[in-house]
Design a protein around this ligand. Structure first.
Ligand SMILES: Cc1cc2nc3c(=O)[nH]c(=O)nc-3n(C[C@H](O)[C@H](O)[C@H](O)COP(=O)(O)OP(=O)(O)OC[C@H]3O[C@@H](n4cnc5c(N)ncnc54)[C@H](O)[C@@H]3O)c2cc1C
Length: 501
């Protein structure tokens, strides 16, 4: 059958949901096509026995409180989605093993962050104050940029926000050295941020400053009913605004006419629209575009490296967290204090989350859950895996990391396991269609970082009638950014369709 709309959105991940909500809200006939049977993409949950496990989210950055909402809360309320986020004061605890190791918990809020940081790095007072000033300047620079709709006066930026501009062309490591931090303090400030996907001697400091500012000022945001609650509430806004969502509808081909994308094919149906927004990664779109791909676009995608992915071990335990002695919501455990080593060494770093520490009733009374998330920077780790040994491979991963966590924390996990499930990059590739199971789009490498992508926006993949949104976009991965990228893509489409200059 043939269907006609103003806008087709492909993929109901975070960005696809906000994009469809926005175009439907602007009165454009909108259909959102999703290959799975539920919204959210990575922002979902699943049930094993008595436990509902969060599939991805640890914490959202830049949420703020009801009284002082920040970008994510504002975006949800603008779209009409009503979610009451929990604001977790403890940003994270880091345990670094070994002789130069430490165990520290950093808090949100400028004063508390400073105090918690200085409790382990007392000699770094001047540097931390310089960093806080730089974060403040970053905030003002970003607000100015937003006021100018992303087209700031460059000379004004240089004169008004010189330290922010200077830091933007350096790595996190270079920036922290410039601020005069001791080695210990620098490595502590860098550890969490390996979650940008590359180590601090490579990751761009502008990205770091923007995120760190969001965490310190806005706290760590957690939806009480897991990220699926966010996805469902956004899906509801689409339906309320008259948009349509078709689940179990996989797009298999993009249709072009005279170089312009005009529609998509699914099994048995064809959908046509004035504009298409793809929440699916450009690699897959080009693979579904046949001869309509251009050399220039293929080159760009070939040059980019796919971003990091994860192993996750989901554990439902038959005993409450207090009884087990679990105090924290987020604990990073690193073998070595150097992010470069954490990146290059196998099992260099992993994170353990106990949702009950933030949401006490997250699991049935007398139980709790733990999720161990292990970043995978090198997909070759799966090279020896076959269908025959896949089960054993997953079980070995689970045993290895549970044992390590037991040794570091002294907490008995093994004898309390009631449910266990392990996801790998293969799971991601299968459920979300992401190449090599990437959960982060493309790696934010030294040459292809936030700054260079923003400055080179005009060289991004650009197909008439087809725009992109999601963690594979210029602003990179993460919940907050992907929500925003959906809104940005939708606003550009609305302008084009309505002919607004
Ligand atoms: C284990 C893990 C932990 C994470 N932790 C955090 C965290 O704590 N904080 C944070 O900010 N970020 C975190 N992230 C990253 C975050 O989840 C992602 O950046 C974000 O969810 C990606 O959203 P997206 O809009 O790019 O879409 P995706 O989630 O990639 O969704 C794309 C959608 O498109 C659909 N689709 C694919 N192909 C087709 C097709 N052919 N036809 C129709 N539909 C299709 C998919 O089914 C999916 O629903 C984590 C990710 C993982 C995996």
């Amino acid at each position: 059958m043939r269907f006609d709309y103003d806008v087709i959105v492909v993929g109901a991940g975070n960005a696809g949901l906000t994009a469809a909500s926005r175009t439907a809200g602007a009165g454009l006939s909108t259909v959102l096509l999703e290959k799975n049977n539920l919204p959210g993409g990575f922002a979902a949950s699943f049930v094993r026995g008595r436990f509902e496990f969060e599939a991805s989210l640890h914490e959202l950055c830049d949420v703020g409180t009801k009284e002082e909402p920040r970008s994510v809360r504002r975006l949800f309320s603008d779209l009409g989605a009503d979610v009451d986020f929990i604001n977790e004061k403890k940003l994270f605890r880091v345990i670094v093993k070994g002789e130069d190791g430490y165990d520290v918990t950093l808090l949100s809020g400028e004063k508390d962050f400073r105090r918690s940081f200085l409790s382990v790095c007392p000699d770094d007072e001047k540097s931390v104050d310089r960093l806080l000033r730089l974060l403040d300047e970053t905030g003002r620079a970003i607000e100015y940029n937003d006021r100018k709709n992303g087209k700031p006066n460059k000379l004004y930026m240089v004169l008004k926000y010189p330290d922010f501009i200077r830091s933007a062309s350096h790595s996190i490591d270079e920036m922290l050295i410039y601020l005069g931090f001791s080695d210990k303090a620098r490595l502590l400030l860098e550890t969490y941020w390996l979650y940008i996907g590359v180590p601090a001697d490579e990751a761009n400091s502008m990205h770091y400053l923007e995120m760190l500012r969001g965490y310190i000022n806005g706290g760590a945001g957690i939806p009480p009913h897991r990220s699926y609650e966010l996805s469902l509430s956004l899906a509801d806004t689409i339906l309320k605004k008259g948009g349509e969502i078709r689940y179990n509808t996989e797009v298999t081909e993009f249709i072009y006419k005279d170089g312009r994308a005009i529609g998509v094919k699914t099994e048995g149906d064809e959908y046509y629209a004035k504009e298409i927004i793809s929440n699916i990664i450009p690699n897959n779109v080009l693979n579904m575009s046949g001869k309509h791909t251009r050399e220039k676009d293929r080159k760009l995608l070939n040059a980019r490296k796919l971003g990091m992915t994860f192993f996750c071990v989901f554990l439902g335990l038959d005993c409450g967290r207090e009884e087990l002695g679990i105090k924290d919501y987020t604990v990073f455990i690193a073998k070595n204090s150097s992010p470069r080593r954490q990146y290059e060494d196998e099992a260099g770093i992993y994170v353990v989350n106990c949702l009950n520490a933030a949401v006490p009733c997250a699991t049935p009374g007398g139980t709790c859950s733990l999720v161990i998330t292990i970043p995978v920077f090198d997909p070759d780790i799966l090279s020896g895996v076959t269908p025959e040994n896949y089960k054993k491979f997953k079980s070995d991963i689970a045993k290895k990391y549970i044992s390590d966590f037991e040794a570091v924390s002294g907490i008995d996990v093994f004898s309390h396991i009631e449910e266990i499930s392990v996801s790998t990059p293969v799971t991601n590739a299968r459920y979300f269609g992401s190449p090599e199971g990437t959960a982060y789009g493309y790696e934010m490498s030294r040459w292809d970082n936030l700054m260079s992508r923003i400055l080179n926006r005009e060289n991004e993949l650009d197909i008439e009638g087809l725009s992109f949104c999601g963690g594979h976009g210029p602003n990179g991965p993460g919940f907050g950014v992907t929500y925003i990228s959906g809104v940005e893509a939708a606003d550009a489409v609305i302008k084009r369709i309505k002919g607004v200059k």
